[in-house]
Design a binder for this molecule. Structure first.
Ligand code: TIH
Ligand code: FE2
Length: 324
C-alpha cells in the first residue's frame, strides 16, 4: 500500500517541543564545569563538593512533567551559604533592585517561602509562581544547551538547578545554582510583564536556526540574566537574575567600570559574553513592556523561520499556524 502523500517534506519544520511533556525528552544537562567547560572554578576541584553535586543532580534527573519536584534536605554548610548571600543581597535590594523584584520578594517572605535560615524548595516556589504568572519551575542537573534552555520558556517553564554554589566564593559563581535561581530569577517570574518578555524569547527560539539561537542566547543574557531598567524617580535598577544573585556583579554594574547602553535587541544579539567572568557591558530597558515590544519587532524582522507559531495559553501548547 502506498503511503499518504505529504504536502511538504517532513524536514521542512524541525522538531521542537510543542507542549510541556515534550520537555521530558530533552531535559538532559550537557555541559559540566571542569569537564567540557574550561574552568578553574574551585568547586570543580573539591571532591566532596562534586560528590554532593552529583547526589543532588541524580535526584533532579529523575523528574518528569507533572511530578512534585523532589525535596532536597540541605546541610548546615549549604544553609550557611544561602544565609550569607541572602542577607548580603537583601541589604542591596532597596537601592538597586527594580520595584517588581522588591514587591515579589516581600510576598515570598510574607508567605514564609523566603527566609534567611533555609534554602527554599523549588516545589513551593514553583507553586507560588504558577498562581502569579503561570510560570513553573523544573529541576535540572546542570547547564543545558542554549536551545533547550530557551525552548522551555515558550511554555512558561523555567529550568532550575538544585545544587548550591561552592562556599569559597558566595558572592559570585560562574554557573547557575539554586541561590541564583531563587534569589535572582524567581521573584522576577512573578511579574506578568517580565513573564511575557521571557516567554517571547522562548517562542522565538522554537525551531530557530543555530545562528539565531546564538543571537537569542545573547539577548537572553543581556535581559533576563543581566538586564537593567529605568524607573521613574529611582534612576536605573536591576532586573536581571545574575545581578540580583551576585554581590560582585551588582557592584560592578553600578560602578563606573562597566558600560551602560540603551537596550537594543539588534545590538545585544551580537555582543558576545563570557560565562565565567563578570560583564563589561549592560543594557538599560525603558520598561519590560517596552523591551517585549522591541523584542517582538526584532524577532519578526530577524528570526529567519519560514513558519509562524501561535501559543494557546489554555492548553499550554504551541501550534504551527502558517508556513510562509
Ligand atoms: N554569577 C551569578 C551568581 O553568582 O549568582 C550566577 C550566574 C548568572 C548567569 C549565569 S551564572
Ligand atoms: Fe540564570
Amino acid at each position: 500500500m502506498m503511503s499518504a502523500t505529504k504536502t511538504h517534506p517532513p524536514s521542512a519544520i524541525p522538531w521542537f517541543p510543542r507542549c510541556t511533556a515534550d520537555l521530558d525528552s530533552h531535559s538532559v544537562a550537557v555541559l559540566q564545569f571542569g569537564e567540557e567547560l574550561e574552568s578553574d572554578y574551585v568547586g570543580a576541584n573539591d571532591p566532596e563538593y562534586r560528590r554532593r553535586r552529583n547526589e543532588i543532580a541524580k535526584i533532579a534527573s529523575m523528574y518528569r512533567t507533572g511530578q512534585t519536584i523532589p525535596y532536597i534536605e540541605y546541610n548546615d554548610n549549604e544553609r550557611a551559604t544561602w544565609k550569607a548571600l541572602f542577607c548580603r543581597m537583601k541589604g542591596m535590594h532597596e537601592d538597586y533592585a527594580c520595584t517588581e523584584y522588591q514587591d515579589a520578594f516581600k510576598v515570598l517572605e510574607e508567605e514564609g517561602l523566603f527566609t534567611a535560615d533555609d534554602v527554599p524548595q523549588l516545589e513551593d516556589v514553583s507553586n507560588f509562581l504558577r498562581s502569579r504568572s503561570g510560570f513553573s519551575l523544573r529541576p535540572v542537573t546542570g547547564l543545558l544547551t542554549s536551545r533547550d534552555f530557551m525552548n522551555s520558556l515558550a511554555f512558561r517553564v523555567f529550568y532550575c538547578t538544585q545544587y548550591i554554589r561552592h562556599h569559597s566564593n558566595v558572592f559570585f559563581t560562574p554557573e547557575p545554582d539554586v541561590c541564583h535561581e531563587l534569589l535572582g530569577h524567581a521573584p522576577m517570574f512573578a511579574d506578568p510583564d517580565f513573564a511575557q518578555l521571557a516567554q517571547e524569547i522562548g517562542l522565538a527560539s522554537l525551531g530557530a536556526s543555530d545562528e539565531d539561537i546564538v543571537k537569542l542566547g545573547n539577548i537572553f543574557w543581556y535581559t533576563i540574566e543581566f538586564g537593567l531598567c529605568k524607573e521613574s524617580g529611582k534612576g536605573i535598577r536591576a532586573y536581571g537574575a545574575g545581578l540580583l544573585s551576585s554581590y560582585t556583579e551588582l557592584e560592578n554594574a553600578f560602578s563606573d567600570r562597566s558600560e551602560k547602553r540603551p537596550f537594543d535587541p539588534l545590538d545585544a544579539a551580537t555582543l558576545e559574553h563570557s560565562i565565567v567572568d563578570i560583564n563589561t557591558t549592560y543594557y538599560v530597558a525603558e520598561s519590560f513592556a517596552c523591551a517585549t515590544n522591541q523584542l517582538s519587532d526584532y524577532v519578526q524582522q530577524h528570526n529567519n523561520r519560514d513558519f509562524k507559531l501561535a501559543y494557546d495559553a489554555k492548553t499550554g501548547t504551541v501550534n504551527v499556524v502558517d508556513k510562509q
